[in-house]
Design a binder for this molecule. Structure first.
Ligand code: SUD
Ligand code: ADP
Length: 302
């Protein structure tokens, strides 16, 4: 990728996919306890950062879903992350120009905003040549959203607690699989889906260790669940159509909703099969968003 001289630092913000998501309880503050295996897709947003005058924080929005975020203004998670980092560093005079290229649909269960926030934290630490210790960084990330801690590392991980307990997993068997992501254009706000679950909690069923072979991983995932799938379908029945279409598409060996929806994913034996499946789904449903690719392999080079 060529570097824009105005934005010398670039960080990928890959889509987060909950390969399974068990909701096991609720804390007194209303946040839910989760047991999830999270992976990251090659498909994602891009956060770029460059120098600006003292204290200035500006954000340009680009990409197909940039306009969908224009109304959020200063509430954009990228700017909230930047302000949070500056405050945690105790250096309000730090400034940056930021650009977010928004490829992922918004409020879609694939942690687009969370991954953007995590990418902004990584980009600004590099631009400003500053570091936070890991305890401070984790606290800042969690304050921005329950999904932000897992997005900081952007590697396959077990997620527990409310999202604050993140343990990377050796994901060699996952690395070669393909992912197709499909969103029917419906926004599903996360709180509404947790509310619709109505306290019907499931048991944790952590997949540990991960089988070595891709076939073993797929079989083990097939025996697990997304506990938010039924409540999401109750709020937004088209999610069931997305799952049915994925299940009927050549090359898709497992289909499930990610996060609180409405995006669903199909796992494919490899990247090429996922690209073919996405093209087929775009042909069948031109109004839907569908993206195929491999697993995310690593952050942008400095
Ligand atoms: C459900 C998950 C699963 O990975 O994914 P998404 O659907 O967002 O992608 C996440 O836990 C979402 O994380 P995130 O979207 O960052 O959540 P936050 O902004 O912190 O919280 C939004 C709202 O979701 C609910 N919430 C979120 C996380 C959690 N563990 N329990 C909850 O009950 C709360 O109602 C909270 O007010
Ligand atoms: N950079 C951003 N990208 C996406 N959503 C954002 C961003 N900044 C703020 N938001 C707000 O955060 C909410 C959750 O967005 P998102 O992270 O895409 O959802 P989800 O966690 O369900 O995948 C949306 O209501 C959106 O308006």
């Amino acid at each position: 990728m060529s570097i824009d001289p105005g934005f010398p630092v670039a960080e990928a913000a890959p889509a987060k996919v909950n390969l399974y998501l068990h909701v096991t309880g609720r804390r007194d503050d209303g946040y839910h306890l989760l047991d999830s295996l999270v992976a990251f897709a090659e498909t994602g947003d891009l956060v770029e950062a460059g120098p600006a005058g003292p204290g200035v924080l500006d954000l340009d929005l680009a990409g197909p879903f940039g306009p969908a975020l224009a109304a959020d203004g200063g509430d954009n998670l990228v700017l909230r992350a930047a302000r949070g980092l500056r405050a945690a560093l105790g250096e309000p005079a730090l400034g940056a120009r930021l650009r977010l290229t928004k490829v992922l649909p918004v409020a879609a269960g694939i942690g687009g905003g969370s991954s953007d926030a995590a990418a902004a934290l990584r980009a600004l630490c590099r631009l400003w040549r500053r570091e936070l210790d890991s305890v401070q960084l984790s606290a800042l990330a969690l304050g921005l959203g329950a999904d932000v801690p897992v997005c900081l590392g952007a590697v396959p991980a077990h997620m527990a607690g409310i999202g604050d307990r993140v343990e990377p997993v050796a994901g060699a068997g996952l690395a070669g699989l393909g992912l197709v992501l499909v969103n029917p254009g419906a926004h599903l706000p996360t709180p509404a889906v947790f509310r619709a679950l109505g306290g019907r909690f499931g048991a944790a069923d952590r997949l540990d260790p991960l089988p070595d072979a891709p076939a073993g991983i797929i079989e083990a995932l097939a025996g697990r669940r997304n506990d938010l799938e039924a409540p999401a379908i109750g709020q937004c029945p088209i999610v069931a159509d997305v799952l049915a279409l994925l299940r009927g598409t050549d090359g898709v060996v497992l289909a499930r909703m990610s996060g609180s929806g409405a995006t669903c994913f199909g796992l494919c034996p490899d990247r090429a099969a996922a690209l073919r499946a996405a093209a087929e789904i775009r042909r069948m449903r031109p109004a839907w968003w569908a993206a195929g690719g491999g697993m995310y392999k690593g952050r942008e080079a400095p």
